[in-house]
Design a protein. Structure first.
Length: 68
């Protein structure tokens, strides 16, 4: 949801149609064919920017839970 900026219902529908695959608890991946098509046709970087923001926030929030 953080990267796609979509609701749980939308993600569930995409899973139901086989366009999105569950890869663990609260984790999804795009179907390989859709990923390849998007790479070939899109110049939009907003999803990448949201992904970076998500992981920066995650690291800042949970960094104390890991040994250094």
């Amino acid at each position: 949801m953080a990267v796609s900026n979509e609701s749980v219902e939308t993600l569930d529908n995409l899973v139901d149609f086989g366009l999105l695959e569950s890869s663990g608890l609260d984790r999804y991946t795009l179907h390989q064919t859709i990923t390849e098509y998007a790479r070939m046709t899109s110049n939009d970087n907003t999803a990448y920017e949201r992904m970076v923001k998500y992981f920066v926030h995650y690291v800042e929030t949970y960094n104390r839970h890991y040994r250094k």
